[in-house]
Design a binder for this molecule. Structure first.
Ligand SMILES: Nc1nc2c(ncn2[C@@H]2O[C@H](COP(=O)(O)OP(=O)(O)OP(=O)(O)O)[C@@H](O)[C@H]2O)c(=O)[nH]1
Ligand SMILES: [Mg+2]
Length: 459
């Protein structure tokens, strides 16, 4: 009895909260991943038993830990997967969070000796990877950012996609007095250009500022009304504080301090662990430009974790993240024999970047996962050859059997792209039936858990 109440006391005193951030570019699979992770916990015994020494007792959702964020709607996502004709959860905007309380009895350590169980509050925060692409702005003046962005717009495919915006900008001499309507139109056309980049066949990822595409609560706010602008030429030294250039410069600086810096200080700096999801298979599908652009975006995302490095960033904020996982998603879009190549490709992408970015005190890893497995691999006879193929329910295609080809095991060189015989398609999820007590089918979500959180459940 006495041991029990002491145990309760200690349990409360040592209740731990861990903030796990889940990020990735739009469509990378954040919502589906979080849904699967929560679902595995709620059906936790088999999921946890084989990944930690702890004695799992149970887990439950206890709402939203962050009053400033929307709640992550697990109930809606699982409902979509559970109905007769299941579909994927809707695309989400901005960030959201949810808290899971996980109760377990540690098998080791001094806490075990005082008896009772332990509770870990796992706060999962879903936020757009696009917002991490804004970090470099903190180091760039308006002039530098404008020069960099306008330079990128001189190259295809951006050049064509930016045409409407660039033509309009010819009507806006930077040294002229700012006109609110024209300024708004300029920023709207710039936003349209960014969205076009993302939605075109090229599916570009390196798009700044991130809030222009995913404004969250800032939709329509004047702080988002600016765009890159050339500095007035030499003959126009007389531009004043009411000119287009000056006004947009001021808004850019406000965006940096009131949006970008605020996000890093108030959210990012409080994360304990982070997973960055990216759909490298889709980038491969879309070709060289898309893949190159995604790699560049990934580099920016990696750099945003590098604050512990002494220097400029260190003065702004220090981050707590000590484990960081780069996960290639939708591994069920390829046949089993290609998983090794997918893994190697991801490793190559991250290692290449890792050479440029030193992670001090952050343990990093790459992994390929399928949060919700929708396919199986089988072998079929094709012109006398035994071909591995996927069997599942394709989204837009009646044919249930798909040959996806070879995933390159390295970053393809520009001249190799024409030889890539790889194509993935989207699949629908199978109906999820909760009544057999099992979690959603997945590939390696347990490994993700083990790397990101396993240590927290040991003692
Ligand atoms: N086959 C398969 N498809 C997946 C998986 N995860 C995500 N998808 C597909 O990818 C799409 C996007 O997944 P989401 O989880 O909504 O992606 P997101 O990152 O939350 O996207 P936004 O909310 O738009 O930022 C889904 O609608 C599915 O089509 C997976 O594990 N397997
Ligand atoms: Mg989402």
């Amino acid at each position: 009895m006495f041991k029990h109440s002491i145990g309760k006391l200690f349990e409360k005193a040592f209740e731990e909260t861990i903030r796990l951030a889940v990020t990735g570019l739009s469509g990378s699979g954040k919502t589906v991943f979080i849904t699967s992770l929560i679902n595995q916990f709620l059906h936790g015994k088999p999921f946890l038993k084989n990944i930690s020494e702890s004695d799992f007792i149970g887990a439950r959702i206890i709402g939203n830990p962050d009053l400033l964020l929307r709640e992550f709607r697990y109930d809606q996502a699982i409902e979509k997967l559970s109905v007769e004709n299941p579909s994927w959860p809707e695309s989400t905007k901005g960030s959201s969070s949810i808290r899971l309380a996980i109760r377990f009895t540690p098998r080791e350590g001094w806490r075990k000796k005082v008896g009772g169980s332990r509770v870990i509050n796992l706060d999962i925060i879903d936020y757009p990877g696009e917002w991490l692409l804004d970090l470099p702005l903190l180091k760039q003046s308006f002039e530098e950012w404008s020069t960099f962005t306008l330079g990128k717009c001189r190259e295809e495919p951006r050049r064509t996609l930016a045409l409407e915006w660039l033509e309009y900008m010819e009507e806006i001499p930077p040294h002229h007095d700012f006109d609110e309507d024209k300024g708004r139109k300029a920023s709207e056309l710039y936003t349209k250009f960014l969205k076009r980049c993302r939605e075109s066949n090229h599916r570009l990822s390196f798009l700044q500022p991130g809030r222009f595409i995913l404004p969250g609560e800032l939709e329509g706010a004047p702080i988002l009304m600016f765009c890159p602008l050339s500095k007035p030429e030499n003959g126009h030294h007389d531009y004043n504080s009411d000119s287009y250039y000056s006004v947009m410069q001021k808004r850019y600086e406000s965006y940096k301090s009131q949006v970008v810096e605020k996000f890093y200080r108030e959210q990012f700096a409080r994360f304990d662990r982070q997973i960055v999801l990216f759909d490298a298979l889709n980038a491969l599908n879309c070709g060289y430009e898309c893949f190159k652009d995604m790699s560049q975006a990934l580099q920016m995302i990696m750099e945003s974790h590098n604050f512990v490095k002494p220097g400029f960033m260190n003065r702004l904020f220090r981050i707590k993240i000590d484990r960081l996982l780069f996960a290639g998603t939708k591994a069920d879009h390829i046949t089993n024999d290609q998983h090794r190549n997918y893994e190697a490709l991801l490793k190559a992408m991250v290692t290449k970047l890792d050479n440029n970015v030193r992670f001090l005190d952050i343990e990093t890893k790459t992994m390929t996962v399928a949060s919700v497995k929708c396919t199986n691999t089988t072998v079929t006879d094709y012109e006398g050859m035994q071909l591995p193929v996927l069997v599942g329910k394709p989204v837009n295609d009646k044919k249930g059997i798909q040959y996806t080809g070879q995933v390159p095991d390295h970053i393809p060189r520009p001249e190799e792209w024409s030889n890539i015989n790889f194509k993935t398609i989207d699949f629908l999820p199978h109906r999820y039936m909760d009544n057999n007590g099992e979690g959603l089918p997945h590939i390696r979500v347990d490994n993700v858990f083990r790397f990101l959180l396993g240590d927290k459940f040991e003692s």
